[in-house]
Write a new protein. Sequence first.
Length: 82
Amino acid sequence: MSDTKKVQTLNNRAAAGIEAARDLEVVRALYTTANPSFTGTPLAGKGALLNTFLTDLDTLLNSEAATLLVASKVASHRGTAL
């Protein structure tokens, strides 16, 4: 299997993950608007930790590298080289 196909497989799989994770940005906006209480949930007392994680994730998902991976996705590639 050629290296080109292996790289494209990695690229496409990374792009798919980035696109899926970007959906969290939509959920976060809805969550922020709703302003729910964490009381009685496994996240009780962890709101700041969650917000920091989501902010860091947002930064990563909108980085130059993430944008490049998504832009370099080839829809016709089968993704079976790795």
